[in-house]
Design a protein around this ligand. Structure first.
Ligand SMILES: NC(=O)c1ccc[n+]([C@@H]2O[C@H](COP(=O)([O-])OP(=O)(O)OC[C@H]3O[C@@H](n4cnc5c(N)ncnc54)[C@H](O)[C@@H]3O)[C@@H](O)[C@H]2O)c1
Length: 259
């Protein structure tokens, strides 16, 4: 059962431990900052070498405890080490934000199949690899938990050159639904947020020149999203205010997919 807990609208995370993958990237870092502002301790997970430094900076800025664990989500050993380090430092884990991801664009007829595999390996299987391990810990703890995955609009509509990315994010959306169904009895909420283009390095790389202008015109809000807007939705889905929401994939697209 997912318990009802009276809430204040303050999105408080005091005393919680949150694991954020892609924590040294744009949306992951904004998510970590928002969690820290609400009092959560942090485990940042990233394949980037500077992830311990990013964690140290957050500790200084927000006065919470934070560690950075260098890990590649395609490695089972790395993922198990993330869980070990988390429990060694904090004893428990309450929130997982699956933010890490990669994108490689090409026409379906030309793309190297290895690039399709890589995207599925990181965005879908890599996310599941860690989610399974953290889910096992949450079930064992018996206190419920919150899992939020960053999917994409590309997970449910067709976008030119996005074949591998779409396959990976569609798989992630499927994963969210099955986990939400299976883990509700353990009090674990599993949800996603599905952004349109976000103004990050990853977003800018995929949307340049003429395709960028066309995309902007097709978004009723007439702009791309910002990383903090995505982080705010992740925060909402990570606290008790959203306890009755599970299996959802919240679209954050300025209206792009309404027509
Ligand atoms: N930026 C956009 O336009 C946009 C739109 C929709 C969805 N998304 C999704 O949002 C998430 C974050 O994207 P972002 O824009 O912040 O990009 P980003 O590149 O700034 O962040 C992604 C992070 O994931 C990390 N990462 C990649 N592969 C990894 C691996 N194998 N193991 C561990 N860490 C790994 C990277 O090092 C990076 O720090 C991604 O899942 C992306 O697919 C982004």
């Amino acid at each position: 059962m997912i318990q009802y807990k009276p809430v204040t609208g303050e999105f408080d995370l005091t005393g919680k431990t949150a694991v954020v993958t892609g924590g040294a990237g744009a949306i992951g870092l904004e998510t970590a900052r928002m969690y820290a502002r609400k009092g959560a301790n942090l485990v940042l997970v990233d394949v980037k070498d500077d992830v311990p430094q990013v964690a140290e900076d957050l500790e200084k800025e927000f006065g919470v405890r934070a560690i950075g664990v260098h890990a590649d989500l395609t490695s089972q050993d790395d993922v198990e080490n993330v869980v070990r380090e988390t429990l060694k430092t904090f004893g428990e884990v309450h929130i997982l934000a699956n933010v890490a991801g990669r994108v490689d664009l090409d026409n379906a007829e030309d793309i190297d199949v290895r690039l399709v595999e890589n995207q599925i390996n990181v965005n879908a299987i890599g996310a599941f690899r860690l989610t399974q391990k953290i889910g096992q810990v949450m079930i064992e703890q018996g206190k419920g938990g919150k899992i939020v995955c960053v999917t994409s609009q590309a997970g449910f509509i067709a976008i030119d050159k996005h074949i591998g990315y779409t396959m990976s994010k569609a798989a992630m959306i499927g994963m969210i639904k099955v986990l939400a169904l299976e883990w509700a009895e353990f009090g674990i909420n599993v949800n996603g947020v599905a952004p349109t283009v976000v103004r990050t390095v990853l977003g800018e790389r995929a949307w340049q020149g003429e395709v960028k202008e066309r995309m902007l015109k097709a978004i009723p809000a007439n702009r791309f999203a910002e990383a903090d807007e995505i982080a705010a939705a992740i925060l909402f889905l990570s606290c008790d205010e959203s306890n009755m929401i599970t299996g959802e994939n919240l679209v954050i697209d300025g209206g792009f997919t309404i027509q």
